[in-house]
Design a protein around this ligand. Structure first.
Ligand SMILES: [Zn+2]
Length: 94
């Protein structure tokens, strides 16, 4: 009986944890997607309010993303490559 109670408790806790983590991640990924869409407009076409929205979104992402950096080589030109390090979730470079 105790074992069953413990299982239910753990299962409920895991469900609660998973749901909340997924909700946080879902919100973060939606914000990242919104930022990426906002960046499709060239800076010359962005007004002050537009830039402020991007600044707030960048701040939100920086505060909420648990950065997980990976390294990759990018082509600088035909003959040269450069190592870059960026977050695999939000593309923040380090
Ligand atoms: Zn990140």
């Amino acid at each position: 009986m105790k074992y069953i109670y413990l299982c239910k408790h753990i299962r409920r806790s895991l469900c609660y944890y998973t749901t909340n983590v997924m909700d946080d991640n879902e919100a973060l990924y939606t914000i990242i997607h919104a930022r990426d869409i906002l960046y499709t407009i060239s800076k010359g076409e962005q007004n002050g309010a537009y830039r402020e929205i991007i600044r707030l979104i960048d701040a939100y992402i920086d505060m909420n993303c648990i950065h997980d950096y990976i390294e990759d080589m990018i082509d600088v030109d035909i003959e040269r490559s450069q190592l870059i390090r960026y977050c695999k979730h939000c593309s923040h470079t380090a």
